[in-house]
Design a protein around this ligand. Structure first.
Ligand SMILES: CC(=O)SCCNC(=O)CCNC(=O)[C@H](O)C(C)(C)COP(=O)(O)OP(=O)(O)OC[C@H]1O[C@@H](n2cnc3c(N)ncnc32)[C@H](O)[C@@H]1OP(=O)(O)O
Ligand SMILES: Nc1ncnc2c1ncn2[C@@H]1O[C@H](COP(=O)(O)OP(=O)(O)OP(=O)(O)O)[C@@H](O)[C@H]1O
Length: 684
């Protein structure tokens, strides 16, 4: 069957809008029909798929490589979701399509979508194999079926699609600034100093506005431009009429460090949310006026997160906004449909005047997905409060296993507090030891596995626990005890379920730690590096219930404190805490370092104890831990070609030291680590 889309396309062109066309059936059939369109109708026909098409004459990209198309523009695209649906990529591609474009979405056979495993789930479900995504599919079907502007062509079925209802013919802006752009331009041209953050949806004319600024400033002084990829600055460059110098972010940072530019009036940072925050702060401090542009859409590095986290740390910051789309007309069917599918506007569903907490409901995934309004408010609250919330979380919410939720509702049943929980632990003793030894790191079980891999708790993954993945309370109702009430209820529930502990992993800030402490949590581990995304150290805390968990918390805390001490004082000061006698736990730890893959950080307390013995020569590890040599010097001195080789050497040195110290014990623990003896400690 041949489908004639000419009428649809000319109407879309006339109205300046884009539409979604769903092709559903066997993958080969879908591809064949989509290829037919690419030959029949002229356009850029960007093709997004996991596996490239041979001899395809247009641009192709894998879904995960779509981010670097930001700022580019295409006429028509095919998005092959036959093997899985990458939500961020789908949003990003739809934003690049110009007026009159079709987005052709390829899906497996419509009637059995619920039974199709989704490869994308490997990114978010924490399951070892792709899983089916029945809740998300039900949601997609509900949304697409209810949207009369979506065109459908099902294999073995009819083509269904209506022409659009009549609307005004679209007149594309003519090249002079739109009213909104002119208004902002005027204030930027008058700016003395400061950081200006332009946040708007896709295709609102952000980059063009920044380019207009550069072009018009040219008479007064100089503008520089940086962007995560040169392509993302293309539109801007065109509008700047060549009057702006482009710098890659790294090169610009190096330049600012070597010689801070004195003569440059403006730095423009296009697609700023895709540049790590620490780099942005450094760039901003080197220029008197900075204009940052970013979108508000829900993919990684989105503007909303940017607003929450990054902009909160700026002084003299001015927020600017553009509402009217320019790449397409107002009320665009594709934009609307994608926003509904992926809850891009979920924040808008939150109550404007939330009331006091009336009720807490505990619900499972099915119940949350079955109530569209609640789902929107729940996800909207997370998006508004957590800078890291992305469509990946949405996919997780729908279909990841082991989730449960607790919602705080006001008198109108509006969501005012959200708690998201994940079951963890219960690993077999052997797998738990593999995790401890650093040989395996199965997906999931974040806290349970970290306690074993980074702490000394080789038993931790066997215990059963529940982790708080996210918690948020609407901002106007904070500090009224709502979050604490939700958590107290979960503590009781977890005890009733016979779990060992409740846990949380969070980016450490003084305020958040006070909050978790007020809810009864004990800090048991802290990462040693700041995370690039948040600039915070990852902290882990638990509320232990069972005897095993109480002991675990006590040991983990002690270990954590010793580690902290060791990182701030020199060896000879820690003699008291690092007693010379090696306990059985030290032997286990040291064997884990020597004969498996335990990390230097996790093992450092035991390593210090080992070094108290003169027989432990450790000719390269000793000077490092005693603070006489750096890793760089050791690498140079040993003529080694990387840290991996040095690490291998340290493991070998520790193995030799253990053998020299007590060969019998060394063999026992080596066997325990390598030959995988039953997990029972020997009598000391
Ligand atoms: C795993 C994760 O989700 S980590 C991220 C946590 N979530 C967020 O950061 C999202 C944004 N923040 C929020 O939504 C809220 O501020 C929450 C969820 C952190 C706290 O919710 P609230 O309902 O305000 O907390 P609640 O009122 O129950 O506070 C209990 C106690 O914690 C402490 N506390 C709470 N917030 C703070 C704060 N900002 N600074 C210092 N102490 C605090 C106080 O001791 C407080 O008791 P008090 O008010 O009587 O002194
Ligand atoms: N005043 C204008 N007149 C005509 N065309 C314009 C005008 N402003 C912007 N455009 C065009 O509209 C399209 C969208 O503009 P632009 O790329 O600046 O938007 P954006 O908000 O930066 O989009 P994105 O979020 O996708 O990067 C571009 O093709 C741009 O050249």
């Amino acid at each position: 069957m041949n489908i004639d889309l000419a009428h649809y396309l000319s109407q879309m062109q006339q109205y300046g809008v884009r539409r979604l066309l769903v092709l559903s059936g066997q993958a080969a059939w879908c591809r064949q029909q989509a290829l037919g369109f690419t030959r029949q109708y002229s356009g850029d026909w960007l093709w997004i798929a996991d596996t490239p098409l041979p001899n395809y004459p247009h641009l192709q990209r894998k879904p995960e490589a779509v981010q670097n198309l930001l700022g580019s523009e295409f006429h028509h695209a095919v998005f092959d979701a036959s093997n899985g649906i990458n939500a961020e990529s789908l949003i990003a591609v739809s934003g690049t399509l110009s007026s009159g474009s079709l987005l052709v979405l390829l899906l497996p056979e419509w009637g059995s979508l619920e039974q199709q495993p989704d490869n994308d789930s490997l990114r978010w479900s924490e399951a070892p194999e792709p899983i089916c995504i029945p809740h998300f599919i039900q949601h997609i079907k509900r949304q697409l079926n209810a949207d009369s502007d979506v065109l459908f062509w099902l294999q073995n079925g009819e083509f269904t699609g209506q022409l659009l209802a009549e609307r005004k013919v679209w007149v594309k802006p003519d090249g002079s600034p739109t009213e909104e752009q002119q208004h902002l331009l005027d204030s930027l041209l008058r700016a003395d100093a400061g950081t200006y953050v332009l946040i708007a949806g896709r295709g609102r004319g952000k980059s063009a506005l920044a380019g207009m600024l550069a072009a018009q400033w040219a008479g007064k002084g100089e503008c520089w431009l940086t962007a995560p990829a040169q392509a993302s600055g293309n539109t801007l460059q065109q509008w700047a009429e060549g009057k702006v110098s482009f710098w890659a972010p790294d090169a610009l940072l190096a330049q600012c460090q070597a010689e801070p530019p004195q003569h440059v009036d403006w730095l423009i940072i296009d697609e700023a949310a895709a540049i790590p925050a620490p780099q942005l702060y450094r760039l901003i401090s080197s220029f008197p006026r900075v204009l940052l542009t970013t979108t508000v859409q829900g993919y990684e590095g989105s503007g909303r997160g940017f607003l929450l986290k990054f902009c909160a740390g700026l002084t003299d910051m001015h927020l600017l906004n553009l509402q009217q789309p320019i790449r397409w007309a107002n009320n665009d069917p594709l934009e609307r449909c994608i926003h509904q599918l992926l809850l891009v506007e979920a924040e808008n569903s939150l109550s404007e005047k939330p009331g006091k907490l009336q009720q807490i409901v505990e619900i499972n995934q099915q119940q949350l997905m079955g109530n569209e309004n609640r789902l929107n408010q729940f996800y909207g609250l997370l998006t508004s409060a957590h800078y890291r919330t992305t469509p990946l979380d949405l996919r997780r919410l729908f279909d990841a296993p082991g989730l449960s939720f607790s919602l705080g509702l006001d008198d109108k049943q509006s969501v005012i507090a959200a708690l998201w929980l994940v079951d963890e632990g219960g690993l077999s003793p052997d797998l738990a030891r593999e995790v401890w030894a650093g040989r395996r790191r199965p997906r999931g079980n974040l806290v349970a596995q970290s306690l074993a891999a980074h702490g000394a708790e080789y038993l931790a993954p066997q215990l059963r626990s529940v982790r708080i993945s996210r918690i948020a309370v609407v901002s106007s109702l904070r500090r009224q005890g709502i979050a604490r009430t939700l958590i107290t209820q979960q503590i009781e529930r977890a005890k009733l379920r016979g779990l060992d502990y409740l846990s949380v992993s969070f980016g450490y800030t003084e305020e958040l730690w006070q909050f978790w402490q007020a809810c009864g949590f004990e800090l048991i581990h802290m990462g040693s590096h700041r995370e690039a995304s948040s600039g915070c150290y990852a902290a882990m805390a638990i509320v232990p219930f069972s005897r095993d968990a109480v002991l675990l918390a006590r040991r983990a805390k002690r270990q954590f404190l010793l580690n902290q001490l060791l990182s701030c004082v020199k060896l000879h000061h820690v003699n008291d805490i690092a007693a010379a006698e090696l306990a059985e736990e030290d032997w286990r730890e040291l064997a884990g370092f020597a004969f498996a893959y335990r990390t230097l950080e996790a093992s450092q307390v035991s390593l210090y104890r080992l070094l108290r013995h003169q027989v432990a020569i450790c000719h390269s590890l000793r000077p490092l831990l005693e603070g006489q040599m750096t890793v760089e010097l050791l690498l140079k001195q040993g003529n080694l070609n990387g840290r991996k080789a040095l690490m291998q050497q340290w493991r070998q040195e520790v193995a030799e030291a253990l053998l020299a110290l007590d060969s019998e014990r060394c063999h026992y623990w080596k066997n325990w680590v390598v030959a995988r003896l039953p997990v029972i400690s020997p009598a000391a």
